[in-house]
Write a protein that binds this ligand. Structure first.
Ligand code: PDD
Length: 284
């Protein structure tokens, strides 16, 4: 079946889906996006993603392209038209199309694109072995809390990871602390069994999966700390893992080719994945 996209008010076959060459997303990366997991045909944590989109748009002073409630309906419709069972819905809002001038155009209408695609939510090999991460300097701007479509540093970081045989690159700030992955949040489990992930401010994207996992941990009275950790601390950690809409909770078994713990996926990481899967299955 050919895939269907939603582009500015129309459902079109993906191969014909296009925006204008003067769309500001294309020319300035002047837009925001969200990736929402679809599990068994249902959107996982849609409300959280739409709230974060609202925040990104507010910070960027981009108008909503449609009402939030309508957007939710449109995303579900794209999922339905693509007969998507397990995968992701992608939505992107830009400031719209206008002659290329840096200041905000007066009359532009925001663009809205929604696509959906399949994704294996149970990557058996990756889960059995865990993933390798490398570290790269964080060369991004200072508003990482906004889910902006300006992703060039992450593209470069991921490419370096792939070329090193790794799955993800953890970005590291000027003081040696891990900020986050290129498209995921970074976590460790200390020798004492405390879960640690960086506190959310403008230095990282506050992942919806991160927030959900924190809530699930808190509900179970498990020990956690939201604070920065260094690459050295991560080398000495008992476990490590990443969280994102596309990976849920995914164990990290090597950082820069040094094994984490005993080099196998950690017990707590695996338990958290199970807990998250149960939540996602139930989230409709
Ligand atoms: N990326 N940090 C960054 C820089 C990200 O790009 C992402 C998500 C996350 C995790 O956020 P969430 O849990 O809300 O997915 C953290 C998406 C999946 C992407 O760009 O494909």
């Amino acid at each position: 079946m050919s895939r269907i996209a939603y582009v500015n008010g129309r459902y079109v076959p993906l191969r014909e889906a296009a925006v204008h060459v003067e769309d500001r997303g294309f020319q300035f990366a002047d837009g925001a996006y969200e990736v929402i997991t679809v599990q068994a045909g249902h959107l996982v944590d849609a409300e959280g993603h739409l709230l974060r989109l609202a925040r990104s748009l507010r910070e960027l002073r981009i108008r909503w392209p449609v009402k939030p409630r309508t957007l939710h309906v449109l995303i579900r419709e794209v999922v339905r038209r693509n007969r998507l069972v397990d995968g992701t819905a992608y939505l992107q809002v830009t400031r719209g199309t206008a002659p290329r001038e840096f200041p905000f155009p007066k009359a532009a209408v925001p663009s809205l694109v929604i696509t959906a695609r399949r994704l294996d939510l149970n990557p058996v090999d990756r889960l059995a072995r865990g993933i390798k991460v490398i570290t790269v300097p964080d060369i991004r701007w200072k508003r990482r809390d906004i889910k902006s479509v300006s992703l060039l540093p992450q593209v470069l970081g991921k490419q370096t990871a792939v070329e090193s045989g790794a799955f993800e690159a953890w970005q590291v700030d000027d003081d040696g602390f891990v900020t986050e992955g290129c498209s995921s949040n970074a976590w460790i489990v200390t020798r004492e069994g405390t879960l640690v992930t960086r506190n959310a401010n403008t230095m990282i994207l506050n992942g919806i999966t991160r927030q959900r996992v924190l809530k699930l941990i808190d509900d179970r009275a498990m020990a956690f700390e939201e604070r920065p950790f260094t690459v050295d601390e991560a080398y000495g950690a008992k476990e490590a893992f990443i969280t994102s809409a596309t990976n849920y909770v995914l164990p990290v078994t090597a950082i820069n080719d040094r094994p984490v713990g005993n080099g196998a996926p950690g017990i707590l990481s695996q338990e958290l994945r199970q807990i998250y899967l149960e939540f996602a299955g139930a989230s409709v």
